[in-house]
Design a binder for this molecule. Sequence first.
Ligand code: NAD
Length: 283
Amino acid sequence: MAVIINGKEISAKVRLEIKEKTQKFIDEKGYAPGLAVIIVGEDPASKVYVNNKHKACLEVGFLSEVYRLPAETTMDELLSLVDKLNNDDKIHGILCQLPLPKHLDEEQVILRINPDKDVDAFHPINTGKIMIGNNSFVPCTPAGVMKLIESTGTDICGKECVVVGRSNIVGKPQAMLLLQKNGTVTICHSKTKDLKEVTKRADILVVAVGIPNFITGDMIKEGAIVMDVGINRTSDGKLTGDVDFASAEKVASYITPVPGGVGPMTITMLLENTLTAAKIQSK
Ligand code: NAD
């Protein structure tokens, strides 16, 4: 039976370290790292995420500003807020909660954020830096997955790593991070032929697809480390991952549960990126 990786516990430990580093930063510089989060509209899930980010910032001693804009906000209004925050010395990280209402262009907003303040690491400058292995920030979810893999004490070097999903926010950066650690990386996606044949090879399997219980135990190599990024809501309102936990835990050596695995790490890595941003901008 696999060891279940406790993302909540690891996340709490990392947040404590961030809190200590933040205090040291404040003692040295005389001000706190500042994060501004913009939310447009009333998407209920986004509201929960933004509130959680705000709380997490306050807990580690950051300055946290939340800008709640109405759904009918125009592109000009949104971009001028981004400009204002780009020029605000108290703010070191800017995050625009996605998805935005349909009439707003997410790409334009991402492009407008100063790359040094882009703590989500979605700006092409930052995604490009990940590609060449010279990154300051890493998108929060893949960064969290790396911390969880690290927690198992496994050396990624030379391991067969398979990432299922090629999104810009999870799959692609995840693959780059595993490559940076010298993993032999394969990316699978909706057009992959014989997925099972590929996933079965993985010593480290990261799944970010968005389909409940998509990866079953028979698709997993004996002793693999399985990271389930998926967050899916079932018809009875429960959260479930992309991996069929019951069959997978019989085969894997380590596995993340949903909820309580990768999820809690995402905001933690946002805090880490914000502290990094504040340090970079203080130089
Ligand atoms: P996405 O929809 O942008 O991408 C899904 C990917 O899955 C695509 O690249 C697609 O090619 C691949 N895919 C779809 N069907 C497939 C199939 N049959 N076989 C192989 N690959 C297939 O999703 P995303 O934004 O990367 O998110 C994926 C999941 O992770 C979702 O459940 C999302 O809620 C969750 N997520 C969790 C966190 C977190 O904090 N834990 C953060 C981001 C996303």
